[in-house]
Ligand binder design. Structure first.
Ligand code: PMP
Length: 514
């Protein structure tokens, strides 16, 4: 009998899901069943939603030559995903096309950067108009684009966050924020979370606490790390700690208005203040949701208390909105607002320019004055006419196309759908996030929460790509899939992504039983 894949009873997939039997260990009879399914070739690729767009024909270097040039002339730190790296050629909104014309649904947005869609028509038109007008003058001269942009961006921030410094990258923004914190407080020590990534410049390397980025050379003077309040992987966490439609699988007995995990993590934070920094500190950096570490969320209320403790020590609080800003989290435009806190400095990059290199630091007039008193800050390209025109168009598109609302609606839909997969499969340990920022943490099993081995995650990642879905990776062990599509995606595209991911996990289970 030939069964069409779509007719396979869902309960068959769930049969192995009793809490005592790890779902990845199929019973022998079920194993035979999966094998016969594979032999019959019933793994049809999930069907991509249609898209009416024809990419241009690829006419550049042959793939083999690209690999040769990469090896001979480009940075030897080879970071590309997949053993056969993707050579992408064109993008349109949430879709990417490779050199062979294959279409992919982009659920990573070039590391959470393409906020409103690849080559968005309005942003493209504005960029082309500005290209014909004026590219560059430097900060020694005025041009209208930067004033129009500064006015628009500042209107989106609460008082007293009204002074804007335009720079070129997230690292540069955080470098400047460090300098501001130190110039303003006249203190040196800065605290950031373990697992945080705030940049790769020599200065910000001190804040980035991801082992792979740490160097054996002296760096990170007066930077101290503190425990990340990770309610899934960390020592404490329960069933209603985080601000997300999906909670962890961990249980707790906290009443809805109290969170013991938060209290425990705050004790750790106090411990850092008491043991590892001077009595007076310069500041504390936090991403509202940790990006590179796999979209890790802290317990609600943690940042509020931590900010108070930092201010008691004379420090300023810096929100790194490089990944979380510009409406991606749905409920609010900025990630810090989801924690009910008001930072002293906000840094932003990535989604700010939809892929155009630009970044910003926003602070209070008081802190800006302290910086001006202590140093002349200058950048040649920061706030150039192209960046400002594009940045303004991005803000307009977010508003005109209701992309923050779309992030909320489609993001919540996506989180709840993936949460069902987490309940179905033992190796999906956690699904978390807010809006269109979702982490899927892969584990050996839900009891140990140990990361799924690298090679196994790589294969799932690769299978998704072969079925036309691009997702990212994160976490110290690269154990978490990062999902952050352009904010224009629809529920139909989420349905496709869920089907692809589910098929990839099922294939993984089959490989294990072979
Ligand atoms: N902060 C965060 C939260 C980031 O994710 C990144 C980049 N991944 C940076 C800062 C640094 O940005 P850039 O790569 O533009 O220097």
């Amino acid at each position: 009998m030939i069964l069409a894949w779509r007719h396979l009873p869902r309960t068959l997939h769930q049969k192995t899901s009793s809490p005592r039997t790890p779902k990845t260990c199929l019973s022998p009879s079920l194993g035979t069943f999966w094998r016969s399914v594979t032999k019959l070739g019933l793994h049809t690729k999930p069907r991509m939603p249609p898209y009416d767009f024809t990419p241009e024909r690829y006419q550049s270097l042959p793939y083999k030559r690209v690999l040769e040039i990469h090896e001979q002339h480009l940075s030897p730190v080879f970071t590309a995903y997949f053993p056969k790296p993707l050579l992408l050629h064109q993008g349109h909104m949430q879709w990417l096309f490779d050199y062979e014309g294959n279409r992919y649904l982009d659920f990573f947005s070039g590391i959470v950067t393409v906020s409103v869609g690849h080559c968005h028509p309005k942003v493209n038109a504005v960029a082309q108009k500005q290209l014909g007008l004026l590219w560059h003058v430097s900060a020694f001269f005025f041009h209208p684009a930067s004033y129009e942009y500064a006015e628009k961006l500042s209107s989106l921030l609460p008082e007293p966050l009204k002074v804007i410094f335009l720079v070129n990258s997230g690292s540069e923004a955080n470098d400047l924020a460090m300098l501001m914190a130190r110039a303003h407080t006249k203190n040196a020590d800065i605290i950031s979370f373990r697992g945080a990534y705030h940049g790769c410049s020599p200065y910000t390397l001190g804040l980035s606490n991801v082992g792979a980025f740490k160097t054996t050379l002296p760096s990170g003077i007066s930077c101290q790390s503190t425990m990340c309040p990770d309610v899934f992987r960390g020592p404490w966490g329960g069933s209603h700690c985080r601000d997300s439609p999906v909670q962890t699988i961990r249980k707790c007995s906290c009443a809805p208005d109290c969170c013991q995990a938060k209290d425990q993590y705050i004790e750790q934070f106090k411990d850092t203040l008491n043991t590892s920094v001077a009595k007076s500190i310069a500041g504390f950096f936090a991403e509202p949701i940790q990006g590179v570490n796999g979209f890790v969320q802290y317990p609600q209320g943690f940042l509020k208390e931590a900010f108070e403790l930092v201010r008691e020590r004379g420090g300023v609080c810096i929100a790194d909105e490089v990944q979380t800003g510009f409406g991606r989290l749905g409920s609010h435009f900025w990630g810090f607002q989801t924690h009910g806190v008001l930072p002293d400095i906000v840094t932003m990059a990535k989604g700010i320019g939809n892929g155009f290199p630009m970044a910003a630091v926003v602070t209070t007039p008081e802190i800006a004055k302290s910086l001006a008193k202590s140093v002349l800050h200058f950048t040649t390209f920061g706030g150039n006419p192209m960046a400002c025109a594009i940045g303004k168009a991005v803000l307009e598109v977010i508003k005109e196309e209701n992309l923050q609302e779309n992030s909320q609606e489609v993001g919540t839909y996506m989180l709840l759908k993936f949460a069902k997969l987490r309940d179905e499969f033992e190796i999906i340990g956690d699904v978390r996030g807010k809006g269109l920022m979702m982490g899927i943490e892969m584990v050996r099993d839900k009891v140990s929460r140990q990361p799924l081995p690298h090679a196994e995650i790589n294969q799932i990642h690769e299978d998704c790509r072969h079925m036309g879905l691009i997702i990212g990776r994160g976490g110290i062990f690269s154990q978490t899939f990062r999902v952050a599509p352009p904010m224009c995606i629809s529920k139909a595209e989420v349905d496709f992504a869920v089907e692809v991911f589910r098929s990839a996990v099922i294939r993984h289970m089959e490989r294990r039983t072979k």
